[in-house]
Write a protein that binds this ligand. Structure first.
Ligand code: C2O
Ligand code: CU
Ligand code: CU
Length: 509
């Protein structure tokens, strides 16, 4: 067996069974090594170089005892110090700020008690830089990422991706933002610096000692997905911020494991959507509500100049389970009004109002034309199912690190239509936010009955996650560019991903 096969074998087997089968610990030791970690290449010459550690720490989230979390933290070795910041709130969510075209080197150290690897969600990078679980490194080891930032300006993020443990690691705090800017975004003249606020929405449950409580490792629990008692914003329970009377850009990001949110403003004004997963829209849109599934991002423009000094405006959220049950009333927090709770409150400052104009034109999408699709009339179809203790894509689970089925091979340079079908004609009826690594797609069709969450879908712009409700079929258009190799597509309810609702696809030359 090659090292990858041994690793996969290990993951599907209990350690004791493996020890019996191998008659000793030699196989275990070899299995733990996996693929050789990438190292720094001397001729790469990065514009930005960072150290990034995954480690255990204690932070203050609730009054009283500190909470033990797993977190990323880092240092800038080359580049401006502002390249690495942190969200406001608890401060444990790092933010990497880069520009398109820059070369970045990230020296990742795994200081956790188990294996891990970092995935750059939404970024277009070579296979070895994508954080596929086959590259997971053991505790104490290092993996050096080097890539050119090739994405348009947008709100991307990073998280661990070790197979079967992503849910646990993300839940305990391993999440960061990766914000890319570019000239097109500069030209749009959007609010920046302290007027550009990332808001990471995550739900958590705490025990009486203020420690995080995750679900049991059972199949049933993981099928339901983790839903927390409290909704945190930027790692805090009661997110509040004083804001000057001018326009802001809010980068809303659902960093929860399984919970869907339906968001709205407390004063009933519509939300002004200016960007989605893969960057700015062509032009702003308005929505009464916004639906954000796990891993989805929505950039929203809001003008606090329209409000009186001292006024408070809240972002309110309804929480929904993947089974499409409104669970808002089962959670704690601010009192619910009209079924939603305030999760972030903005207190308008006392200064004079500064008028800003919302730019009518924001960006131009890269060419991605349905006419170019090689399978225009006959999309590659992926049926999702949840049955008999299994979460499957076209009847298959993620079993081997490098396994690719016939219908999972695509050609470099081609454009294709994929259809995610959540027919749910048998088994459990659940919503699945489908994610594809390595690219940004366009949502070109959605069929199925409409639901309370449907009006808030963010199907516009460039996307790397699309929510597919039970009974729906969603078509997306994508192009496989620049890199050959193995990439993943999976449900981004991380517990579903962990139990195998994830598959490889292979880009071939
Ligand atoms: Cu955020 Cu494989 O995904
Ligand atoms: Cu991803
Ligand atoms: Cu799912």
């Amino acid at each position: 067996m090659c090292p990858i096969d041994r690793r996969q074998f290990l993951q599907g087997t209990t350690a004791s069974a493996l020890l019996m089968a191998s008659g000793g610990s030699g196989l275990l030791a070899a299995a733990a090594q996996g693929m050789p970690p990438a190292e720094a290449t001397p001729d790469f010459n990065p514009d930005i170089e960072l150290e990034l550690d995954a480690d255990i720490d204690e932070i203050s989230i609730l009054p009283g005892d500190t909470t033990r979390v797993w977190r990323y933290s880092g240092r800038v070795l080359r580049g401006r110090p502002q390249v690495l910041g942190a969200s406001d709130g608890s401060g444990h969510i790092p933010i990497i700020r880069v520009r398109r075209g820059q070369k970045i080197r990230i020296r990742f150290s795994n200081r956790l008690p188990e294996e891990s690897i970092v995935h750059w969600h939404g970024l277009h990078v070579p296979q070895r830089m994508d954080g596929h679980p086959m590259y997971a490194i053991a505790p104490g080891k290092r993996y050096v990422y080097e890539f050119v930032i090739d994405n348009r300006a947008g709100t991307y993020w990073f998280h661990p991706h070790p197979h079967g443990r992503t849910g646990h690691q993300v839940y305990h705090g391993l999440t960061g933002l990766f914000l890319v800017s570019d000239e097109e975004e500069d030209a749009a003249g959007l609010p920046r610096d302290e007027l550009d606020l990332p808001l990471v929405i995550q739900d958590r449950s705490f025990n009486a000692g203020n420690q995080l409580v995750y679900i049991a490792a059972g199949m049933r629990e993981r099928m339901m997905g983790f839903m927390g008692r409290q909704v945190l914003v930027n790692g805090t329970m009661d997110y509040q911020r004083m804001v000057p009377r001018t326009a802001h850009r809010l980068r809303l990001f659902n960093g929860s494991n399984a919970t869907l949110y339906r968001l709205r403003w407390s004063d009933g004004k519509p939300l002004t959507l200016i960007g989605t997963d893969g960057g700015l829209l062509e032009r702003p849109l308005t929505r009464e509500t916004l639906t954000l599934a796990p891993a989805e991002r929505a950039d929203v423009w809001v003008d606090f100049a329209a409000h009186a000094p001292g006024e408070e405006i809240a972002l309110e959220a309804e929480s929904w389970s993947p089974m499409l049950v409104n669970i808002t009333n089962m959670q704690d927090g601010a009192p619910a009004t009209r079924g939603a709770r305030a999760i972030a409150r903005f207190r308008v400052g006392s200064g004079g109002a500064r008028q800003t104009r919302l730019p009518p034109h924001l960006s131009t999408y890269p060419a991605l034309r349905i006419e170019d699709a090689v399978n225009r009339g006959k999309p590659r179809s992926f049926q999702m199912s949840m049955m008999g203790g299994q979460a499957l894509l076209n009847g298959r689970a993620f079993t081997r690190m490098d396994e690719v089925a016939d219908n999972e091979r695509v050609r470099l340079g081609t454009t294709e239509v994929w259809e995610f079908a959540n027919d749910a004609s048998f088994g459990m009826r659940m919503a699945h936010p489908m994610h594809v690594h390595n690219l940004q797609f366009r949502v070109i069709g959605r069929r199925g009955a409409s639901h309370a969450l449907s009006a808030g879908f963010t199907d516009e712009g460039l996307k790397d996650v699309v929510l597919v409700l039970p009974g729906e079929r969603v078509r997306v258009l994508m192009k496989f560019e620049n890199h050959t190799g193995i990439y993943l597509y999976h449900c981004h309810i991380v517990e579903h991903e962990d139990i195998g609702m994830m598959r490889n696809y292979l880009v071939q030359a």
